[in-house]
Structure formats: C-alpha cells, structure tokens
Design a protein around this ligand. Sequence first.
Ligand SMILES: [Zn+2]
Length: 201
Amino acid sequence: MYYHKDLSLLTELIERFESLPSIGHRSAERLAYHLLSVPKEEAQAFADSIVKASREIHRCPRCFNLTQQEICCVCADKSRDPKIICVVEAPKDVAAMERVRQYNGLYHVLGGCISPVKGVSPDQLHIPELARRVAEEDVEEVILALNNSVEGEVTTSFINKLLLPYAARVTRLASGLPVGALLERSDEMTILRALERREEL
Ligand SMILES: [Zn+2]
C-alpha cells in the first residue's frame, strides 16, 4: 500500500476495521476514509461511543446478558415468569428472542458453545451457573435455544444430561430453524414457530 506510506495512522485505522467481523479490506478502507471525511466532532463522538459502551456495559450477574444497570432489564422485570429460563449462546440471541415479543420468561447466556475442536469446555461457559440457577431457583422449564450446529448439539445434550437430576422440564426449540442458522438471522415468525412447537428432550 504505497499510498499509505506516510499515513501509518490511516493504515492502523483500516486494520482495526478489518479486524471486525464481516468487514473485508475494501469495506475497511471505505469506513476509514469516510471517518476522515466527516467533521472532527463526529469522529470524536463515534470514538467516545465505543469507549463508553465498552466501559459501562457489562454482564448481568444472574443471566449474563448485557446491561448498563446492576442487573439486566429482563431479570429486573417483575412481570416476567421466573419459572422459565431460555438458554442462548450470546447476548445477540436474547435480542433476537425479544424481537418476537412472545417470550415472557428469563434468559441464561452461555457465552458460546462446548467445542472440543476449539478447546471450549463446559466450565469455560456459564454452564455451572445455569445448573446452580436450576438447583436454587424455582425453575419449571429450561428451553435450549442453541444454534443447530455440531457445537450447539453437543451443548444441548450436555446440558440436558446435567439437568436430569432436577425437576425442571428441558425442552428445545423445534427444528424449524434451518441447519446452522443463527437465531439473530432468523425472522420473527420462524423463531415464534420454533418456540411454540418446542420439543421435550
Ligand atoms: Zn439478567
């Protein structure tokens, strides 16, 4: 990149964008040049927003969803049914479920899936905390809403076995979601159908 020779800061900016998911080199360049073309205050506001969000948003200590408060708005909502816990991989899956507006229970965010290939074991995820919640809280149903991937399947069966000693029913979303589909990429109707037709494990 000869034309960036005396612009190491521009090169760095492009590399930062390129390190983000789904951003290729061309898009990274476009975004970097764009940011350099906007008023300085606008670029500053953008940077501030990243710093503030990263500093102030943290995991809810109960369900591990993202929050700016002490506990997340779902756990804090007294009108929600604490007897049902929907287990998802990531906070963005909570957002996908919430868009459907039909689910009124609580959540538990695992922070990923068990993956022997990637070296992710159950204790590196929030699986022990899930078992503790089921043991200590009055939970009647645990809905596993993990992706239809190999890792999702491994995690689903692991959690199912782990929760066998407890009285709570363990269900999973019906397989209406295409194989490998992420909750976040499914439309509301598909998620709603999968939720309504959930299957006993
Ligand atoms: Zn929470």
